[in-house]
Every structure is written in C-alpha cells, then in structure tokens.
Ligand binder design. Structure first.
Ligand code: PRP
Length: 184
C-alpha cells in the first residue's frame, strides 16, 4: 500500500464488483433502444472507472469526453460551469447519454451538466457515479447509477487525486491527513 494512504476503502475486487453491477444495470436499461448510447467520461477523475465500466457493457456504446469545472454560490443548482472541453454533436436529439463521474460531492457538476444536455434536447440523459458523498451535497441531486456511498473522508486513487497525484493507485483509499495538512 502507498505510504500516504491511511486505509483502503475499496480494493480491486470491490471496484470490480461495482463496475460489473453498474454495467449490468446500464445494459438492462438501454437494451434494444435503437438509439446510440453515448458514455460520456468527465475528465480527469473518472477515467479509470469509465474504462473498466464500458468494457463490461455488452451493447454498443460511443466513447465521448468532456472536461469541466463548476463554480457557483448559494444552495441552488444555477451556478456556472466552465467547459474546458465540450461535447459537440449535430445529432443530440437521437442520443441517450450516460454521464460518468468518479465522485458526487456538492452535486453541482452533475446537476449543471444534466441541465446543459436537457437544454441541448438530447433524447435522454442519466448520470453514473462510482462514489457518492451525500453529506457534502449543496444542491438537490441524485445520481441514477451509484457505485457506493462513502463518508466525508479525503479519498484518492483509481482516478481521484490530491494535487494531481495518486490517480494511478489501483484502489480507492483514504489519504493520511498529515499529507494535506503539510500543504495548508
Ligand atoms: C471532481 C469530480 C467531479 C466533481 C464533483 O472533479 O471528478 O467532476 O469534482 O464535485 P461536485 O459534486 O462538488 O461538483 P475535479 O474538479 O476535482 O476535477 P478532476 O476530475 O480533473 O480531478
């Protein structure tokens, strides 16, 4: 185990179970739709989860990527979203989109992205997250597909970072507080 990790929260077999279960749920829900299914990866945190998830989906999927950051004040979902890399298509109305995230925290990012694609008149939009921290919610948002609810701990690994490091760990772990206190 990495020396900066206090405890492993989800090991490789736990991650495998999560991606297998969620892929089966997505397969069940999008079977025989006759429409393209776009699996939309939100960079960078969801990359590891996304790759493992889509490999387990049996029906055909399209891979797309976005990079966004959200900001906003107060308790509504009407904050703003920065689109660093956008998804531009000319067939929105034909698409079923599943937005894939590593973690839902305040809920702002997925709430705003969902609203964005509704404005663009996609056929449907749903959300899939590996981790959910409901204690941290600032807007009313519930993901459609959820890997695991976790307590409000500083988690890294399997895509999740602290100052861009630890994304490459093959598990999700709790970071030792001394690591981030060092930089405060
Ligand atoms: C994280 C995560 C989500 C968002 C969740 O991204 O990947 O996109 O924050 O937070 P929210 O529910 O409060 O909106 P981050 O901005 O850290 O970028 P990264 O994925 O590149 O690490």
């Amino acid at each position: 185990m990495n020396k900066d990790i206090e405890k492993i929260l989800i090991d490789q077999s736990g991650l495998e179970e999560i991606t297998t279960r969620l892929a089966a749920e997505i397969d069940r829900d999008y079977k025989d739709t006759g429409r393209p299914l776009v699996m939309l990866c939100i960079l960078k945190g969801s990359v590891m989860f996304y790759v493992d998830l889509i490999k387990k989906i049996n029906r055909p999927v399209e891979m797309e990527f976005m990079k966004v950051s959200s900001y906003g004040a107060g308790t509504t979902s009407t904050g703003c979203i920065n689109l660093h890399l956008d998804l531009k298509r000319d067939d929105y109305e034909k698409l079923d989109i599943v937005i894939v995230e590593d973690i839902v925290d305040s809920g702002r990012t997925l709430s705003m992205l969902t609203a964005l694609f509704r404005d663009r008149r996609v056929h449907s939009v749903r959300t899939c997250t590996m981790l959910d921290k409901p204690e941290r919610r600032e807007v009313d948002f519930t993901p459609d597909y959820k890997g695991m609810e976790i307590p409000d701990e500083f988690v890294v690994g399997y895509g999740l970072d602290y100052n861009e490091y630890y994304r490459d760990l093959p598990y999700v772990g709790i970071l030792k507080p001394e690591v981030y206190r060092r930089n405060q």
